[in-house]
Design a protein around this ligand. Sequence first.
Ligand SMILES: O=C(OP(=O)(O)O)[C@H](O)COP(=O)(O)O
Length: 260
Amino acid sequence: MARKCSCSVDIIMVRHGESEWNLKNLFCGWYDADLSESGVQEARTAGEALKKAGFKFDIAYTSVLKRAQNTLLNILDVQGQTDLPIVKTWRLNERHYGALTGLDKLATVEKYGEEQVAIWRRSFDVPPPPMEENHQYYDAITKNPSLLENGPSPDEFPKTESLKLTIERTLPFWNDIVIPKLRAKTRILIVAHGNSLRGIVKHLERISDQDITTYNLPTGIPFKYSLDPNMRPSAPLEYLGEPDVVQAAIDKVANQTKKK
Ligand SMILES: O=C(OP(=O)(O)O)[C@H](O)COP(=O)(O)O
């Protein structure tokens, strides 16, 4: 009888809980907004879901931005692995939202129209206009100590990013760091952002440039991939949450640019 092979390996990813700027409905990108009160609660609920499902990890990866880092710390606090090694990388940062950083999403729709904002927000390869030095948040971003310590080199530092550009700097992390660890059966938790994770999901599920434009990830709900020996998922991502709760959280993100 042929031996059954448990060759698949799981990886868990989470978009951080609601941030103060998600709550205010502002484009955030590389601005270092912290979690809102509900964001902290979402993170703790994510920790409970992981604990209930019995997940244990060997290492966690997160971005250099505090909304992702604090989500991770809250998850680990609840799930019981506060001593887990944590690696921070700018390659998991949210996409840089360029000149849109700090703008209200609905006010931006009113000024530029729904179609233009949809292109900036969800098109695959059209970046928002670049952030110039006179931008209100230029110094807050370029002088953020966390970004100076663990960020990109000055020549890699973006002024804006499309999803395509975001994927181009996230994939080296996936291919060079995550894949070898997964091959060694390391149990990995990644806590990152809406668009850096959309990039990874697009890559794994081979979602087309067109279809990714309507794909949204909810805040604070962990999802799992089981990857085969070729590091390909045999199925779409699986959320650790009730389907109606997941769908409501996805719709909330999709509707951020729609009038109530
Ligand atoms: O910073 C952001 O994402 P994040 O809250 O996942 O870090 C963006 O403002 C998300 O906005 P979007 O969903 O309009 O791309």
